[in-house]
Design a protein around this ligand. Sequence first.
Ligand code: GLY
Length: 333
Amino acid sequence: MKRRNFIKKASATGLGLVTVSSTFISCDETSEKKEAIVSTAKSIKPLVIATWETTLAVDTAAAVLEKGGSALEAVEQGCRIEEANEKGQSVGKGGLPDRDGDVTLDACIMNEKGDYGAVLGVKNIMHVISVARKVMEDTPHVMLVGDGAEKFAVSKGFEPENLLTAASKKAWEAWKVTAEYKPIINIENHDTIGMLAIDKKGNISGACTTSGLAYKMAGRVGDSPIIGGGLFVDNEIGGASATGLGEEVLKTVGSFLIVELMRQGKSPQEACEMAIGRIVNKPGKDFKNFQVGYIAVNKQGETGAYSIHEWFSYNVYKNKENKHIQSDFFNKA
Ligand code: GLY
């Protein structure tokens, strides 16, 4: 992913709106009301938003939606593209390893019903986003970690494989020569993909997958697989996802915060900006040395994104167009 190869900044909110009924079907509503909602649903246009320059992943998700597939299926298929992209060194195969040389992956997924599945610290399985979906759909749990998650994945037919590519091994070996023995707090090592989608029925789902902080301590887990941290979806309100230094996202429960701010009437853009404010305005916070970026969408199909520093971008698929957009950012000094 070429993060600095941005197209010109465009308005994320000016690309056209998804038409979504603000009325929700409850179990005691009449069939007339349901019919009215179904006819409104015909005009809903699919939407995808994802962190970074993830054009192919977003196109893949959009193709699922245009064919009438669910938002859940779209975000899973989109994230799988980046997990299989060996050139992206912070997601899936080819991810940079922990300081012991092990690639460990984190992922989570959330559907329109508010169900959630996650896997943490998984070795040897490339498509952890699909394993997270299996956790959500095939177990009574929401999270599986480490060996247990890998064992579960294998039981579901996932093939174990070596995730450490020659390029990532070389980078790790070079890091070992000079590195202080601590994780590197550097955005160049972050490319987590967070993805949110709205399908033709107006349902929202989201997914997030990463290899986490490069050269992290063995066992370290960031925000990406944690509900409310790296991802949160409420189908009546919208969704949010995060990239960047997971510790800072977790300390402010960033994605949950954004959805709750939208519930209180903030736009996705305002909510993302307030969530970044929650981090940078902490007394003595040395935000110049780390990056966090957020994306968000609301039920009306409005999108927003904001980051601490300028080196964050995202892709939006809307009205059959996939645009790569540089995020607005806080640290303009
Ligand atoms: N946002 C990815 C991580 O901190 O692990």
